[in-house]
Design a protein around this ligand. Structure first.
Ligand code: L34
Length: 294
């Protein structure tokens, strides 16, 4: 069994980006600029957005963090996005999810200009991804593909079972793994809350991507010997023995499942850091595209 070390793989990607940015700057070109919008005070969202800003600093990107109260009106949020769309210096715009109840995700996602949509959530970019056209691929699934590539895991002809059909992870993951790319060509089964024979399907999987948000859901009796396990879950479980008051739990029962598989991602230190690296790659591309257009 080998651990898929997301920290190491993401560091390699960030190091490479850092060199490319230094080159850009040396040629007198503008460097990539990511604008992140964080609404409210969700602790997990704060952690993730801070990690994104920190990664920008590390690589040499410019970043702008815009914080808004969770009472911000939809209209004001949309206006903020419009300003960032119009700001030439901003290459990538990211609105951290989840948003407060009174704001429509769809309206916000649709408001970000597709050329600056480094999250790859805009319908135009989702459409391109489905068609296999070059576009921004959502950071978590893109990060998982980069991790698979980093470890040169064979996917061609394999049966991948994706558990969870969210717009930001499960659904795009199923499309990428079934696509014709270098690390695609899987036969994909997309499972969700109405799947009746989940255990049987998982037992047939060469690759399982667990993205349903239920701590420890994937048990050892659901996993075939030698399977590749990608754990996207990252739930904060209350734990009074921790000074934060919680521990992070993946969707996979790691202790029991790990001995059975060929590769497995840990939580934390697996998919999370890859999400950040993938976002950085998208932001770099958004900026490089501008340089090519001039
Ligand atoms: N708009 N919203 C938008 N884009 C995204 O790509 C995200 N996502 C998901 C939630 N909402 C979003 C993220 O950024 C999940 N996500 C994310 C990003 C980073 C990490 C986890 C999830 C991460 O860095 N995880 C660390 C542990 C961090 C901690 O201590 O909590 C890890 O090692 O897994």
């Amino acid at each position: 069994m080998q651990i898929l070390n997301g920290r190491e793989a993401s560091q390699a990607i960030k190091d490479q980006l850092k060199l490319s940015v230094a080159q850009m700057a040396a040629q007198g070109k503008k460097v990539p600029h990511l604008a992140a919008i964080l609404v409210g005070n969700n602790g997990a969202s704060e952690t993730y957005v801070n990690a994104k800003v920190k990664a920008c600093e590390e690589i040499g990107f410019k970043s702008t963090l815009i914080r808004a109260e969770d009472t911000i009106s939809s209209l004001r949020l949309l206006d903020t996005i419009a300003q960032l769309n119009a700001d030439y210096d901003v290459d990538g715009i990211l609105v951290q999810l989840p948003l407060p109840q009174h704001i429509s995700d769809t309206e916000v996602i649709n408001a970000v200009h597709p050329d600056k949509d480094v999250d790859g959530f805009h319908p135009i970019n989702v459409g391109k991804m489905v068609l296999g056209q070059p576009t921004y691929v959502p950071a978590t699934p893109y990060g998982i593909m980069l991790l698979i590539e980093h470890y040169k895991i064979e996917t061609k002809g394999k049966h991948a079972v994706v558990v969870g059909r969210s717009n930001i992870v499960g659904r795009p993951m199923s499309i990428l793994l079934s696509g014709a790319g270098a690390y695609g060509n899987c036969t994909v089964t997309l499972c969700h809350s109405h799947t009746t024979n989940l255990k049987e399907l998982c037992l047939e999987a060469d690759i399982i991507v667990a993205a349903l948000g239920k701590p420890g859901f994937i048990k050892e009796d659901m996993v075939k010997e030698g399977a590749v396990i990608i754990d996207v879950g990252i739930t904060r479980v209350p734990d009074s023995s921790k000074k934060s008051g919680f521990r992070l739990s993946g969707d996979v029962d790691f202790e029991k499942v790990a001995p059975k598989c060929s590769y497995i991602t840990p939580v934390p230190g697996g998919v999370g850091p890859m999400t950040i690296a993938a976002l950085m790659k998208n932001t770099f591309r958004a900026c490089a595209a501008k340089h090519h257009d001039r």
